[in-house]
Design a protein around this ligand. Structure first.
Ligand code: FES
Length: 243
């Protein structure tokens, strides 16, 4: 990209709010950014985890966070913000303590996802893309989470809530609003969006093994295959030799 500034092909996706210069990024954050950069043969490959680290500290991609990434990686702020505004996991406005996603892609939508999003939006009093006034929740309509066998699904801080309906969503939101301990339907403890972002940055919280790796509907096909003695076809010989 040398010699060229990044040009967004999605100008309607919005920009980082440069007017909000608040930040909690410190020298310790910069040290962690350098740790991330050192993990890759080419330092700039660390930009995506570094942006998650920025979000774990500032609750969004902040102007200072953009500058800090640029400083550590030796690239321009425009290049950093070009990446930050391309991916929907990077937030340009402060996310809530808990970030709620409701899947409205085709399968979830027909299984109740659209109605679920409308219900959650009414319950929280915000539209998708907004954060509640008390900063507790933000809401987003998300695309397919590859969990169609548990449709409709919600995400809380990127953890799965499978087979949801409006009543279950209300109970969940009430528990979160009152800081009660909540678990994903797959077992993981729900922490906060910022804590989840720190894990995505590459600093594990030791909870990765909570809950089963796969269960329920995801394994139904495997159970049928075992019952009937079905096996995947052998790989072609040439493919095997390449492995
Ligand atoms: S359509 Fe919602 S998880 Fe696939």
């Amino acid at each position: 990209m040398s010699g060229h500034e990044f040009q967004s092909f999605f100008p309607e996706s919005g920009t980082v709010d440069m007017a909000d210069t608040s930040t909690h990024i410190t020298e310790a954050t910069l040290v962690e950014m350098r740790v991330l950069a050192d993990r890759y043969p080419q330092a700039r490959s660390a930009l995506l985890p570094m942006l998650h680290l920025v979000q774990s500290v500032d609750g969004r991609v902040s102007p200072r966070g953009i500058e800090a990434c640029a400083e550590v990686l030796g690239i321009t702020a425009a290049q950093v913000s070009g990446v930050a505004t391309f991916y929907t996991m990077y937030k340009r406005r402060p996310a809530g303590e808990h970030h709620i996603g409701v899947c409205t892609t085709a399968l979830c939508a027909v299984m109740g996802g659209d109605a679920l999003l409308e219900h959650v939006s009414d319950s929280l009093g915000v539209h998708p893309g907004e954060t509640t006034a008390d900063g507790k929740f933000s809401l987003e309509a998300v695309e397919c989470n590859a969990a169609c066998d548990f449709a409709p699904v919600m995400m809380v801080n990127w953890e799965f809530m499978d087979n949801m309906d409006p009543d279950k969503a209300d109970l969940l939101l009430d528990d979160l609003a009152h800081d009660r301990e909540v678990h994903s339907t797959r077992g993981a403890t729900i922490t906060s969006w910022k804590e989840a972002e720190r894990v995505l940055a590459g600093f594990p919280d030791g909870r990765a093994d909570e809950g089963p790796a796969a269960a329920g509907a995801s394994l139904a096909g495997l159970a049928i295959a075992r019952e009937r003695g079905w096996r995947a076809p052998e790989a072609p010989v040439r493919l095997k030799e390449e492995q």
